[in-house]
Design a protein around this ligand. Structure first.
Ligand SMILES: [Zn+2]
Length: 242
């Protein structure tokens, strides 16, 4: 089993004491699945993940989900249930997991930084709606992101769209945070990015320990954000919640 790389470029994990450094990979092995620890930076995908069309995927998922409902003993001839397998299939492929398919990646247009703005830009309270890959239950919360502009600036809504794209996958919050940060670095052509996610996990709230109040904070800092003063300015900005 691959171990989670905790050394990732300044990442801080504070998931309620689950990940508190100085632990070896065997400590994580038994936690896999129930404690939301992921194994790799890329979403684990099969090589032939996109050989099948969306329509084919939806037909197959519909068949299999119908089977799951049937095994649970539900009467699929009931008016209220009969359309559920089709709805779930469409929701998985076209909506909540559409971020698995690179064809759905947002096209990002950059603009010349005509104002010469070279300070920090913070975009706060970006909605995060994702699904835990261990239980297929919702993860929901907010992302605060920032970058320090160089020659190019990005349309603000694109920051939201990138967060949304990587959220629309079965995820672990740590991987989601890093995937968003890496994409920002790539499109903005700078290491100077910060991503901070504060989210609740339905699999913690509705089952298992049934903790309604805890939330999980993950963050990833690159470039100038590794400087404590710059990081502090960012954290101050996201704390001033208007
Ligand atoms: Zn979970």
């Amino acid at each position: 089993m691959a171990d989670l790389n905790l050394e990732t470029n300044g990442a801080i994990y504070s998931s309620k004491g689950l990940l508190n450094g100085n632990r070896n990979s065997s400590d994580y092995a038994h936690e896999m699945g129930d404690q939301h620890v992921g194994t790799s930076l890329d979403t684990p995908m099969k090589d032939d993940a996109f050989d099948m069309s969306d329509d084919e995927k939806m037909m197959k998922i519909e068949t299999h989900f119908k089977e799951i409902m049937d095994i649970l003993g539900l009467d699929l001839s009931d008016d209220s249930l009969s359309g559920t397998p089709k709805r779930v299939a469409k929701m998985f492929v076209k909506e909540v997991f559409s971020g698995l398919n690179p064809k759905n990646k947002p096209k990002v247009s950059l603009f010349e930084n005509k104002f010469g703005y070279n300070q920090m830009l913070v975009e706060k309270n970006i909605r995060v709606q994702s699904f835990c890959e261990h239980h297929f239950l919702p993860i929901y919360g907010v992302a605060h992101v920032a970058y320090i502009a160089k020659d190019k600036v990005i349309g603000l809504s694109k920051l939201n769209r990138i967060v949304d794209y990587y959220s629309k996958r079965p995820q672990v919050q740590e991987r989601l945070t890093i995937q968003i940060a890496n994409e920002f670095k790539k499109v903005l052509g700078t290491e100077d990015v910060a991503v901070y996610i504060d989210a609740k996990h339905m699999c913690v709230q509705a089952r298992g320990v049934r903790d309604q109040s805890s939330s999980t904070v993950t963050s990833e800092y690159g470039g100038k954000f590794l400087n404590e003063n710059v990081k502090a300015e960012f954290l101050q900005a996201i704390r001033n919640n208007a």
